[in-house]
Design a protein around this ligand. Structure first.
Ligand SMILES: [Zn+2]
Length: 308
């Protein structure tokens, strides 16, 4: 039974996950961006609570965290959302408190490992996991191995450029995939293209746009078409670069995947002529809203041994 810790920008989720990837108990709390010590005590307390709830003893702890983190040393990097955690070593600290093996990965990598091991990516040798929500992230698992960059670095699939004249991105470039195809990009596009007097403009969200598109709203449908085009372009790039067996799609925007998938496939089919793009399956993630928590548990299995 693994204690799973999912650290996001605004909240920390903790739970107990069994050896088949099932969540037995869970709880969550807001993260404290400045005070690491408080965060550590809170996580330890949440782990004890969820273990008691599930009536189990922890045999290990897995952590998935918003990055950058150093998975091999267990340290937090310069995480925008958690300035007070920089340089702290949650792996070492939790191992001391609980006296069990503790492993850490970037949350995109953790979710990729979970989908590869327990989810939609099972039996796929070369798998790319992509999550589309407020940003675009992901992870790659090739032949059972998580792909790591130099010095353990996590590649940023959301920051490949799809239009160099596009909007400015926090990474320094313009027109990154994330800046054109994450949820907020749908809102920005609608706001600048909807005609004057469009009744749904105020406070519109990506989710609302998808709902309106399902109801046949013309402006929302145009926004969805634009979104699907850029999603398709980025996915086509991944297919050209890696020709994976499958790309597993996740995240809040992908909850409305049926709105986008046909156009995405059309965009991929319009290029990618030199690779067998039709053999890359686009699959929806299968682990649901707890993917990141389940991913955190999978991180432990990945590091310390396969589940029985
Ligand atoms: Zn960028």
């Amino acid at each position: 039974m693994i204690g799973a810790v999912d650290i996001g920008g605004t909240k920390i989720a903790v739970g107990i996950v069994d050896d088949g990837g099932k969540v037995l108990s869970r709880t969550q709390a807001p993260s404290d961006p400045d005070r690491y010590g408080e965060g550590l005590s809170l996580i330890a307390q949440m782990l004890r609570e969820t273990a008691t709830q599930a009536r189990v003893e922890l045999s290990g702890i897995g952590i998935g965290s918003t990055g950058p983190v150093d998975p091999l040393r267990g340290q937090f990097g310069d995480v925008d959302f958690l300035p007070g955690w920089r340089g702290k070593n949650l792996v070492k600290d939790l191992a001391e408190i609980f006296n069990v093996g503790v492993a850490l990965e970037n949350d995109g990598d953790a979710a990729a490992l979970a989908e590869a091991g327990w989810g939609a990516g099972r039996d796929r040798s070369r798998l790319i996991y992509v999550t589309v929500g407020t940003g675009i992230g992901g992870g790659m698992v090739f032949d059972g191995k998580l792909y790591r960059g130099v010095d353990g670095a996590h590649p940023e699939v959301g920051h490949h450029v799809v239009d160099s004249t596009g909007p400015e991105c926090s990474c320094g470039f313009r027109g990154c995939w994330e800046s054109l195809a994450a949820g907020p990009a749908m809102v920005t596009w609608l706001e600048s293209h909807a005609p004057a007097g469009y009744p749904h403009r105020d406070g519109i969200t990506a989710r609302k746009i998808c709902e309106l598109a399902q109801e046949g709203d013309a402006v929302a449908l145009q926004t969805v078409e634009h979104e699907a085009y850029y999603l398709g372009l980025g996915l086509a790039n991944l297919i050209n670069l890696f020709t994976p067996d499958a790309i597993v799609l996740s995240g809040s925007v992908m909850k409305s995947a049926p709105l986008f998938l046909d156009r995405i496939r059309e965009v991929i089919g319009s290029g990618c002529r030199f690779v067998p793009a039709e053999k890359t399956q686009l699959t929806l993630a299968s682990l649901g809203d707890d993917t990141n928590l389940i991913g955190a548990a999978r991180v432990w299995h990945y590091r310390f041994g396969e589940p029985a």
